[in-house]
Design a protein around this ligand. Sequence first.
Ligand SMILES: Cc1ncc(CN)c(N)n1
Length: 226
Amino acid sequence: MLTDKMTTDAEPIIYEIYNGDFIQGLIRGDIDRDSVIHYLQADALYLDEFAKIYAMLIAKTGSREMIKYLLGQMEFVFDGESGAHDTLAQAVGMPYEEIIESGEWFPSADHYIKHMYYNVYARGNIAFTLSAMAPCPYVYRRIAGLAMENNDFEEDHPYREWFEFYNNDMDATVGVMFDIIDNESQMMTEEVAVLRKNFMESAEHELRFFNMAATKERWMEVGVNA
Ligand SMILES: Cc1ncc(CN)c(N)n1
């Protein structure tokens, strides 16, 4: 199936993320708190856009079943992931609302979000956008799985619940997204390569997003950004 090829393509990126400063810092528990804050500021905005993109896909699909799935996923993004964010906010000892009030679309997050929006506007079939969205739940489930396999987190480890959430609660999201992509790709020929590239680019956007937080990436302080 196409999604088997996609996940095989992305494996080197999975290990690059897992062995990177952000995830290893969470595993050790000694990550720079400003990187966690940076991540939350970017991720709160990212998840809001992710939910809006689901809403745009609802407008592009006909099936009631698909609409119900997409609505459920919007709910999950808003409600489910807030627990993961709360774990990070508690670990840095700062109220979540205070952390995210000064958030903005930092460069790598901006690029990732626009990659998804481009597919919403430029493509009719929602499989193109879902292929760009699928690494979001897939990569996190894979990273959390590696972290849980390779570490025995103490009960009071500050980031244990973050890993447990993404290790346990992403199967439904990933499974249905992959089914839609595989089904839609059966009716395509050369456009399958675009689906595959959309997935690969978003897997790399996930890597860039974590590196963005680890380096506290910002726009240059010039002109309107000064
Ligand atoms: C950037 C990003 N990618 C994925 C996830 C997990 N849904 C997230 N919260 N943020």
